[in-house]
Ligand binder design. Structure first.
Ligand code: SF4
Length: 231
């Protein structure tokens, strides 16, 4: 046997002995494979949160204070998806708690729902430094967990708040001004994009558009209820 191969086998043997000594009885598999296996066991939001763990899958973990997982009703019929946590959210570990969050609460209440009845999450769960836009690799790293949350909750409709949420969920680069108010479908769940509340704070004249979109959402939910009752 070649001396190099003999040495490599000896090294591997030492490494395995070392792992055994540490109480590790099986070799670690790559993250993708292990996550795929775990995914099939995901039934609840707690399962998603456990899989996420103290996530360091993208560079945003270096500057965040807390992971903002999302909050609300696990059986919500309406889910909101925003872009990412800002300063207040990073401090409190909750989504949409700053000024834009207060406006979102009013938007939710405008269709006679409460924050507790809906579910609120973001495209990325850690705050981008200086509130910059999330980057493609960060969105890609975080998106599987959002998709798992959506699969667990299975809302009737998702309201995508702003460009990033809408473009990421719908896998498009079309502008939010063209997407808003239209009904799309992902994995059998309807998606209506509208403007982000932070955008509304800067452009209050757009509030009317959001009101129109919310009326559409309320109407869709009412019709879905009727279909559910008669079906
Ligand atoms: S943004 Fe998402 S993928 Fe990146 S570290 Fe935070 S939780 Fe993990």
């Amino acid at each position: 046997m070649d001396e190099n191969i003999r040495e490599a086998i000896s090294d591997l043997k030492c490494y395995l002995e070392y792992l055994k000594g540490m109480g590790i009885s099986s070799l670690p598999v790559s993250e993708n494979v292990s996550e795929r296996v775990v995914k099939s066991e995901i039934q609840t939001l707690t399962d998603v949160q456990k899989t996420l763990g103290d996530c360091k899958r993208c560079k945003l973990h270096r500057t965040r204070r807390t992971i903002v997982f999302g909050e609300g009703n696990e059986k919500a019929t309406l889910m909101f998806v925003g872009e990412g946590p800002g300063y207040d959210e990073d401090v409190q570990g909750r989504p949409f708690v700053g000024k834009a969050g207060q406006l979102l609460t009013k938007i939710i209440e405008s269709i006679n729902l409460s924050r507790e009845e809906v579910y609120i999450a973001n495209i990325v769960k850690c705050r981008p430094p200086q509130n910059r836009n999330p980057e493609t690799d960060e969105i890609q790293s975080c998106n599987p967990f959002l998709m798992d949350q959506i699969r667990v909750i299975r809302p009737r409709i998702i309201c995508a708040l702003g460009s990033f949420a809408a473009q990421t969920l719908l896998k498009t680069s079309t502008k939010i001004s063209e997407l808003r108010g239209k009904i799309f479908d992902i994995e059998g769940i309807k998606v209506i994009p509208t403007y982000h509340p932070a955008f509304l704070l800067r452009n209050p004249e757009r509030k009317r558009d959001v009101w129109e979109d919310m009326k559409k959402i309320a109407e869709y939910l009412r019709n879905a209820d009727r279909r559910g009752q008669s079906g």
